[in-house]
Design a protein around this ligand. Structure first.
Ligand code: ACM
Length: 541
């Protein structure tokens, strides 16, 4: 009798589990929410519906939702502030939620969004738009299964970096990337705007930076000048802000400075045959005053409190400093024993400039020894083969963002058979490796529990000669990345993610993205043909 009862109970629990996993799969949200429960029945959203904004703080989010409903589904949202009117969607302020946290509850004709800030409300809108995308659509509205969500991110920094120095994609593509980032609750867009091939950010005080420095790309030194005007930047920053995305510009220094030096040769600290004019001159005052002016204009354009100053791979060209008398004198004067010490000195001086602008300095992991302020510096760990670097960052007490080449560089290929991207020896970055990356694995190295701010995927564009290649390398790895940053490790499950992803691939198809399909290989790998288009294999040291 007892065993029979237990058997029944077990069967019941089993059915419940199966049932809930089946219904959960129907919502197919990526990143997977912290808590989601399917409830009884369904929610119907009529094609002309009232949206009640219960708090002025949500006005902008409400308008964003209204625009999205119209552009994605052709539906009309009627925004109002009258709490007495029954409405299809209600935004409600809930004080005790964290800033990015949100809750959603559906009843048959009302869906309530709870948040304490626009950030949380925007994430709720993203969940809603995903649910609607997979719902049952008709001319009269959308039906989705009823559900309840309580959700918040595992990490505050969930970033994506685009290198537009090597190839320029333009405003519309950047906006589309921001749309997908918001859809996946990614919240930091790191924009690599300056490097060897070209300088892409208009600086009014130094127009040659773009008029001369904007010419060329990785694959065509004569490509006409392409860059973002300050008006473009303002437009893109506002577009990102509406989606709760912070835009962080990178002005790379003292290496990767070739394009700037082409425009203003007096700034050059030299380089070598492979990387000519690669460095800014570290021993001329004009370098520091020039770059400080550049940063002033940059800071005024980007509301982010963070500016990325690069600091990577300076040794690719700093040997030129060995034969420069001014650098020799600088070394003597400040007791700098080698070129690495000069790099560090350079970054400290620029950190002082940023400090006067009340900005936080972001830099690559090479800068761990530069003795920068722990409070006003964040370092990005990118050299996966140098775990010591990460240990040093954490031990020194810096905050950090994890962006290791393996598995978070999206210029690496995704399959053994792919020919036109980067590999590390035989290694590359399949979707599953991106998904399975766990920042938690590094928690034991931290000295303070909030030291790891989060994660970031980086798309370097040596081989990204067109938007098809951009799409192919970015999608669907962007979706996997989102779950790495948002979803608690204990809640992640690759099989479940893959099931949800199948539905998301339909959305990519509808949006005309040239995505990589890990299930059926719908699109062939976009070819890179010209010899100059760098197809390379990194060699592990
Ligand atoms: C880098 O990949 N050079 C940061």
């Amino acid at each position: 009798m007892i065993t029979k009862k237990l058997g029944k109970a077990a069967a019941f629990i089993f059915l419940l589990t199966i049932n809930s996993s089946v219904t959960k799969a129907q919502l197919s949200l990526i990143p997977k929410p912290d808590f989601i429960q399917m409830t009884e029945g369904a929610y119907f959203f009529p094609s002309v519906s009232k949206i009640q904004i219960g708090d002025e703080a949500f006005d902008t989010v409400g308008r964003y939702l209204q625009k999205q409903l119209l552009s994605k589904f052709g539906y009309t949202g009627l925004i109002h502030h009258d709490k007495k009117q029954v409405s299809a969607i209600q935004f409600v302020h809930k004080q005790n939620l964290e800033s990015e946290e949100y809750e959603i509850k559906t009843a048959s004709s009302t869906l309530i969004i709870y948040a304490s800030s626009p950030a949380g409300a925007t994430h709720a809108v993203s969940s809603l738009l995903q649910a609607f995308s997979f719902g049952n659509k008709s001319a009269s509205g959308i039906t989705i299964p009823a559900f309840e969500i309580k959700d918040k991110p595992a990490y505050p920094w969930r970033g994506f970096m685009l290198d537009e120095s090597r190839h320029f994609f333009g405003k519309e593509k950047v906006k589309s990337i921001l749309d997908w980032m918001a859809f996946y609750k990614l919240n930091k867009f790191h924009w690599h705007l300056t490097d060897e091939p070209a300088w892409r950010l208009e600086i009014q005080k130094y127009p040659l930076l773009t008029l001369v420095g904007g010419i060329g790309s990785q694959t065509d030194p004569y490509a006409p000048a392409a860059y973002y005007t300050q008006a473009d930047i303002t437009e893109i920053v506002a577009y990102a802000q509406e989606r709760n995305i912070e835009v962080i510009p990178e002005i790379d220094m003292p290496g990767h400075a070739t394009a700037a030096n082409r425009a203003y040769p007096q700034l050059s600290g030299g380089g070598n045959d492979k990387h000519p004019d690669f460095t800014f001159h570290p021993a001329k005052d004009i370098t520091y005053s020039f770059l400080t002016q550049v940063l002033r204009e940059t800071k005024a354009l980007f509301p982010s409190s963070v500016i990325h100053l690069g600091g990577d791979e300076v040794s690719f060209g700093s040997e030129a400093w060995n034969s420069d008398t001014k650098v020799h004198d600088l070394k003597q004067k400040h007791d700098l024993k080698d070129n690495k010490a000069v790099e560090n000195y350079f970054m400290r001086r620029m950190a002082d400039s940023l400090k006067t602008m009340n900005a936080t300095l972001l830099a690559w992991d090479e800068m761990v020894d530069a003795d920068l302020s722990k409070e006003k510096t964040i370092l990005m760990w990118w050299r996966h083969d140098k775990p010591k670097q990460l240990k040093a960052i954490l031990k020194a007490g810096y905050k950090t963002i994890l962006t290791p080449r393996l598995p978070l560089y999206f210029d690496f290929v995704q399959e053994e058979s792919h020919k036109y991207g980067r590999k590390w020896g035989k290694l590359y970055n399949p979707l599953e490796n991106v998904y399975n990356f766990s920042p938690n694995n590094y928690a034991s190295l931290t000295t303070d529990k909030n030291q790891i701010l989060g994660i970031q995927g980086n798309l370097w564009t040596e081989t990204v000669i067109n938007t098809n290649r951009l799409d192919y390398l970015t999608f669907p790895r962007l979706a996997a990345l989102a779950e790495v940053g948002w979803t608690k490790s204990s809640n992640k499950n690759y099989l479940q993610f893959s099931e949800s992803l199948k539905k998301h691939l339909n959305l990519y198809r509808e949006a005309n993205l040239y995505y990589y399909d890990p299930f059926t290989n719908t699109h062939p790998e976009p070819v890179v043909i010209k010899k100059t288009q760098r197809v390379y294999i990194d060699n592990p040291e």
